[in-house]
Write a protein that binds this ligand. Structure first.
Ligand SMILES: [Zn+2]
Length: 576
């Protein structure tokens, strides 16, 4: 595709812009753009010694705009310190709004860099990739997908530059990098359920507006010396019935193969050696194994899976140089975009199925699907070869490479070791979705949060009686440690069936909506990462008391509000 901008058209748009009070587009280059015209990222300009500052990202995007790149530029919202978080939409033809994107009928792929701002290569790789795909005259993924790129998500953290030895102790440069946390000292990749950071709220608003089919989150590893340029993970939540399994079993094996054969990079499922970090492997007789991280939706890719979408975590190898990390991340994202372009129909139908299933819960009893609200690492791992690098002791305590402990040296000798691989979780508690949940009138903070998640919540006009269940709290386990400003709460108790008195002004959350599984995950009292976990109901809960959210089996007796389900809808659930 040639990027020749006709001056007459720009003249017209300048007039329109002047009339509506907007800014006029700058004069564009009136010839095909070649690599000689390209703007360069800060790593490219510094021989990969430095990463982009916020102003570098802005300047780079401005340069693309001035070259007439057919991109849409915007901000997903503001950071804690008031910086705009830029996004770029890349597609051929150009797309400016969610409805335009939907009309194209293509998969929408949302790629995010810099959530942990010390982990820099996602940001720089993404900028280079937008440039190269946009200006390439050859057909590419942008002809078949819509790409939403958010290169510098944690912009405030990015600007807290300090030595890598302080901000990223296990990373091989660059020397100056930003922090993991945002300006509120929150880890944005633990915030996807409670959404306390403005950055998280902005990204949830983007998810709700654009409804991406695929989410890719770009990181750098910590820890183990393995033999992979990059490790990856699907959504690990067993509640991610659509995107999780398809990504794990269909997309990632193909991506692994293509990264090896087309790009020359060995990649593998994300994990650490148990000898470095025991993690969630409970069996103490396991002396060496490879184990993944966590399944809870506080992590972005796990969260997006429960929204019924494909999610891929990308973790470049922290002990590789910045140049190699950018190259591997660039290759991985390129291959993801190409693969999603190839599988466009399958990906779109997966999203449609994920959305329509909860709608069917109410119509067809057979369709009711259990939602896993607690899970654990599988107990029976597979035995696989994992690449491991030999690390040697040195004679003294000098540092041999940034990020390598003093007194140790990398050898570059990588060999395959057969060991148990723990790469998935299994459900330990499943719950059947009720027709609806009822939330007590005073719990407005919980309702505000549900709405941030794109969940539709109604308010009941009058008092009514509904068949359903209430939960009596047998025990409240409050974590003694403060985590992200919270003492996490876990409840145990019992459900009892009976007529539930629904007071006026109660909030009603029907599960018959696209994010039905997410509703169950957030509102079930025993969920391992729901609203209870994050203290939303602390004022309402006491041992022996009733949980402030009840389950309703059908909405047919509902007062003056609209009857949204037939009484047959919840027949398997209403035999009490
Ligand atoms: Zn990270």
């Amino acid at each position: 595709m040639r990027l020749v901008v006709r001056p007459a058209l720009w003249a017209v748009s300048c007039v329109v812009a002047a009339i509506i009070g907007g800014a006029c587009a700058p004069a564009h280059v009136n010839r095909p753009i070649t690599p000689a015209d390209y703007p360069h990222t800060r790593p490219e300009l510094t021989r990969y010694q430095e990463t982009s500052h916020y102003s570098d990202v802005q300047d780079f995007l401005d340069s693309l705009r001035k070259l007439g790149a057919p991109l849409t530029f915007g901000s997903i919202g503001k950071t804690t310190e008031g910086r705009n978080i830029p996004f770029v939409i890349a597609a051929r033809p150009r797309v400016a709004t969610p409805s335009e994107a939907r009309r194209l009928g293509r998969p929408i792929v949302y790629v995010q860099g810099n959530i942990h701002a010390g982990e820099v290569e996602g940001k720089d790789a993404l900028l280079a990739l937008i440039r190269d795909l946009t200006f390439s005259p050859k057909p590419n993924a942008l002809d078949s997908i819509v790409l939403i790129a958010v290169p510098i998500y944690n912009a405030d953290g990015n600007e807290r530059f300090a030595s890598q030895s302080v901000n990223r102790t296990e990373q091989n440069g660059p020397e100056q990098v930003g922090t993991r946390a945002n300006a509120q000292s929150l880890d944005l990749n633990r915030d996807y359920v409670k959404a306390e950071a403005p950055e998280t709220r902005a990204s949830l608003a983007m998810f709700n507006a654009w409804d991406p089919d695929v989410f890719v989150d770009l990181h750098t590893t910590d820890g183990s010396f393995h033999g992979y340029a990059l490790t990856y993970s699907p959504s690990l939540s067993p509640a991610a019935v659509f995107g999780g399994v398809y990504t794990r079993d269909s997309l990632l094996p193909l991506l692994r193969d293509r990264m090896r054969t087309r790009r020359g990079f060995e990649v593998f499922d994300y994990g650490n050696f148990v000898s470095d970090e025991r993690g969630l492997v409970a069996d103490s007789s396991v002396r060496e194994a490879w184990a993944t991280y966590d399944s809870r939706p506080r992590f972005g890719t796990n969260y997006v899976g429960i929204r019924g979408r494909i999610a891929i975590l990308s973790e470049a190898y922290s002990h590789d140089s910045l140049a190699r990390r950018i190259a591997s991340t660039y290759a991985f994202v390129s291959e993801i975009l190409s693969l999603i372009a190839e599988k466009a129909n399958a990906v779109k139908s997966l999203s449609a199925r994920a959305d329509s299933l909860p709608l069917a819960w109410g119509r067809s009893p057979d369709s009711v699907q259990l939602v896993a609200v607690r899970s654990e690492l599988i107990a029976t791992p597979r035995l696989l070869d994992v690449l491991k690098e030999d690390i040697e002791k040195t004679a003294d305590s000098s540092r041999t490479q940034p990020g390598v402990p003093r007194g140790e040296r990398r050898t570059g000798r990588v060999h395959a070791v057969r060991m148990p691989v723990y790469d998935r979780f299994t459900s330990t508690l499943d719950r059947l979705p009720p027709a609806a949940y009822v939330i007590a009138p005073q719990d407005t903070a919980a309702v505000t949060l549900l709405r941030l998640h794109g969940i539709h919540v109604e308010r009941s006009d009058s008092a009514w009686l509904a068949r359903g269940e209430s939960f009596t709290i047998d025990s409240i386990i409050t974590s003694p440690r403060v985590f992200q400003g919270h003492h996490e709460v876990r409840l145990n108790g019992t459900w009892q069936r009976g007529l539930q008195a629904v007071p006026p002004r109660s909030f009603i959350v029907s599960t018959a909506q696209p994010r039905g599984a997410l509703i169950v995950y957030l509102l079930e009292p025993e969920s391992d990462d729901g609203l209870t976990t994050w203290n939303f109901f602390d004022q309402d809960i006491r041992k022996g008391g009733r949980y402030p959210v009840t389950r309703i089996f059908d909405l047919s007796r509902r007062g003056r509000t609209v009857n949204r389900r037939s009484s047959a809808a919840a027949s398997p659930l209403q035999n009490n």
